[in-house]
Structure formats: structure tokens, C-alpha cells
Design a protein around this ligand. Sequence first.
Ligand code: SF4
Length: 646
Amino acid sequence: MPGYSALLHVDLSEGRTWTEPTEPYKKYIGGRGLNVGLLLKYLKPGVDALSPDNVLVFSTGPVGGTVAPSSARYNVSAKSPLTGFLGDSNSGGHWSAELRYAGCDGIIFYGRSPKPVYLLITDDGVKIEEAAELWGQDTWQTIDAIKEKYRDPEIKVACIGVAGEKLVRFACVMNEYGRAAGRTGMGAVMGSKNLKAIAVRGSKGVRVARPAEFTRVSERLVDTIRKSRQFDLYHISGVIGHRGVEDYKDSDTTVSLFFKPPMPGWGKLGGKEWWKSPWVKLKGCSSCQMHCSHFFIVREGPLAGVMGEGPEAETMGWITAIVGNFNRFLGAYGTTLVNRLGLDAIQMGAATQGLMTLYEKGVLTNGMLKELKAGWLRPNWGDPEVILSLMDMTAKRQGIGDLLAEGPNALARAVGGDAAYWLSAHRNMTAGNRSPQKGGVLNHLVSARGPDHLRGSPSLEFYGFTGDKRIGDDWNKYIGEPELFQHAVRLTDYEGKAALVVWQEHLRALSDSFGVCSFNYGNWPNTFIYPEDFAELYSAATGEDVTAKDMVLAAQRVLSMERAFNIREGWKRADDQPPERWVREPKEAGAFKGERVHLDKYNEMLDEYYVRRGWNRESGLPTRVKLEELGLTDVADELERTGKLG
Ligand code: SF4
């Protein structure tokens, strides 16, 4: 069937590979949806995430590698060694397209190789190669060594750094020097399987069913994206373009955490300051007109000569402002360092921020630091030596880095007292305190992969209503409850947010499953792309005509499968509750002074969210009726067998 080719299975314990057609899995669309469908099928619940029993899946979607704008993304999924629930992360660049050109939609890894290996996929087939010489190398060295070995600069490599080898629970998978599948520790799962890299090189192209129609739809979407609100901003200054935007400062709760805004120097991290220096050149992923990434070289000061790609907004925030430093050159250097070591920049920044908070509050003393093998360390806000040293120590599990590598819960246990309160982890992951944004809070806490903003953080709430009549019309068309709109656009209201998050989650689930970038496709109302656009793309790619309603059902299927995965691993309603600090501490200053999460109102919003998802209002467990409507009778049967059906 056009749009789909084959899935590659790799048993690393046995050194055996085989393929099967992707088409039988088409109801999962691809990418994120396909991955969770395959995990439900092949992964037994309750296994240790770092054992050979974990299953690791990489896949792209039915339009990956085509002319569809930003059709550049892949998802990598497994049980997360950080959270113990669903692990899932997404990356761009050109690796995903190259995989499709080699005739492969996805790869499923089982077992553990007895020695370090990498996988090579070309037009001619698949090889499992020895990686003894690559083990211990950072991600850039690994990529360069593989390109050199095959004398082919066009080989695309996804790999792990030292952090993945050392099983740091938030190690990431890197591809093409600056592209990270950052969250939930998929790099550690690769490391646990002795899998250093996946190198791909293909030339077969991607077949679509109706090329002229597919091109027409793609061109229209390019036009839509070019006219989007964020196109010029991201295109010129990248996602950190936000950081210079005046009206963003107070609402940017990602970075403000429990800091007291205004934060002097914040605007200098991005926007105009950034593109003066060290910015050099725009970079984009496959088939993307946005070019939101930037190649940079630091040309002055003690860090002169450092080069790299990015930084993405979160990376910059967690390396600098969140840990109390406002030097953009430090942000640039730190970005390259975490990328080379193979660490999730957000969780690494959170580990640093956590230590600094505990030290400031007096919970962590100099005596304790000595006991934790960090007698020299004084984790004072903003100290660049501390910020950079902790990255290196964590990746290599040296000294206190061995503890930080386990995630915030281990640090809280080791320090004791009220450390857990100050660290505010959620399922052993850290998210910025979003307490003023009530939809943002809901989205973070119900996100199947753990708290972050990429699973349905509502842009409408974040940026506010622009007055564009189309946005209100969209609301009435897709959500259909006009009385909720006035609340949905107000950041601090609870009403209307469950409906908004559900809608936003659908767009993100479709983007991630199609293999396209959610900056462009899942970012309503900055970009006006709808389920009917996904339906047109899918129909032209595969030749199977589907409707917007089919696409909404497909998105609901992804969300319900992800919840089912977590339920099998022991999820309960308590796992969707906010950290205590978000509830008890109001913002101390800024435009949202006094805002916090009100537990009763949050839980009313959560009840409504469960109902809108077709899950049980009290327990949050999916119901048989809903699962059967989504064609997931097998999932309903399994949940019923284990007493976990709603
Ligand atoms: S918008 Fe940015 S991250 Fe997304 S595909 Fe384009 S260049 Fe890559």
C-alpha cells in the first residue's frame, strides 16, 4: 500500500533481523501511534525498563520523507527508565526521511546484544556491526566515525553518547549533531541493549498513491505555514525568538518556575540579541520551510570557537535562566555539551535547578554534599562552573552525578527532609511550574509520557485571543460549545480548559503519528491546520480515502492506547495530580502574582477531561464503550482481565 513499506525487527540477543509489512498496522497511522500500538503488542507489562525485556521502537509516519512540509520527524518509544511508564520522544533532522528512503518505516529492537553494536540499514539490506571502537565516544565523534568508515557524508546516524552507555535515566537519542529525541530516557534504553547507533542510507524514495493531489495539498500547507503567526519569528530567530518578545515574559512560566519575575537579562537570551551573535546560519529539517534551527559559533570570550546547533527554547532556558545565569554564550556552550554527552537538556537543567533550590533552602548542606561525593560543590544560583560540571559528572555518573542520573526522586530520598516538596517532580520527571496556566497544568499532568508541553499545551491560552474572528469560528466548529470560548482564552480560568486540551492533544497526536512537525501542524491557532488537512494528506499518500472524523478517531485511539499502556504499568488517578508545591505556593510577583493551582478546581477540570476522553470520570480508566468505538476491543479485553477497565 503506498504510504507504507516495511517494519524491521531486530533481535539483538540473537543477532537476527526480519521484516513485516507496515500496512496491517495502518489504523495506528504511524510514528507515535504506531509505536504505542507495537509496545502494547510486543512488550510485557512490568518489565525492568533497563532489562533486555524492554522493547524499543523507532518509527516515522505515512508522509515521512515526502514533500509534505516538515515531514521530518520520527518517534522513539519504550518503557521509560525515568518514569516507569510510557517512554516516548520525537526528533527531526533528516534521519527519519533517510530511513524511509531505505524502504523502512520503523525498527523494533528486542533483547540485548552481548557486545556493543550499531545497526546499518541501506538499500542493500541490514547489518548488525561491532561498535567496540565507538563505545565511549560522544555523539559527534560517533557520527563522524561512521561517516568516515563508509566514506559517505550523507549517511544519517541516530546514536547515544556516554550518558546512554552509562544508563543515565534521562539520556537522549541524538541525530545529526543537533537533533535530540530528548525526553524519557530512550538513550538509556539503547545503552541497556548495547546499541550505540543506527546508521541509515537509502535512495529508494517514497511512493505516494496520488502524486499530483499530494503535491497540491502539500503546497497549500506550505502556504498556510508561511502565513502562520510564528513563521517569521521562528524562521529568523528560532524558537528562542520568544525570548526577546516583551509580552511573553510574564506568562512564560516554563522559565520563571518559582523565580520572582521580572528576571533581569531574560530578553537578552533570545530574539535580537541572539541573532546578532553567535548565530551564523539557519538550518532546517527535511522538507521544512520554517528553518527554525540555527548553526552558531561563539566568536568571543573564553568560549570562543564553540559551535553547534540550536539552542531550542527549552534548552536555552534550562541551561541559563532557570539556573540563574543569563549568559547566552553559556547557553550555546551548554547546548553543545549536553548534545555531545547525550543528555536531555530539560531534565539535566532540572537536576541542576533542584540542587540549587535545595542548597538555597538549606535542605542540602555542605556536610551532605560531602557525603554525596561532592564536597567541593557549592550549588549557588548561576555559577557556570557548577552548571557545566554537573552535566559532565551526570553523564559519566561521577560523584554526585551518579545520584542525579537516577532522576529527582532519588535525590529527594538521599537528601531527605522536605526535599521532595522543593523538587516538585511528577512521575520522576520535572516540569516548569505552570500554575497560572490552568490548561497548561492539565496538559502537563495528564501527558502519558510525563510532564511537558509538547503533548497538547494550548497555545490559545498561552498567547491569548488575538481578536482574529477565525479563532472563535474554529472553536465553534471543532469544539462546539461557544460559551466556553471566553474562558478558554483566559490563562487563569479553569473553565473551557479540558475541552481546549483535548482538541490540542488531537492535533499533536496526529502530527506525531504522521511524522510531521508539531510546531507547524499541532500549534493551533498559531497555524490553522485541521483534521481535514491530515485527512487529505493521508488520502493522497495512501490512496485510501479518509475523513476528518476518521482522523479525530485516530487521534483519540493514540491517546487511549497510551493511557492503556500506563494503566498496565500501574498508573492510577494519583499519578495525574499536581506536585504539592504548585498547590501551596502562589506566584510571588509579576502579572500572575498570587496564582497557584486550586486542587478542587483542578480535579473538577480533570473529571471533565476524563469524560471528554470517554474514560471513567472518577478513576480515569478507559471504558469498554470508548475502546470498542476506537477499534481497540483487544485492549478493552486485556484491561478487563486485569480489573483495570473503567
Ligand atoms: S519547524 Fe523546526 S523543528 Fe520543526 S521540522 Fe521545521 S526546522 Fe525542524
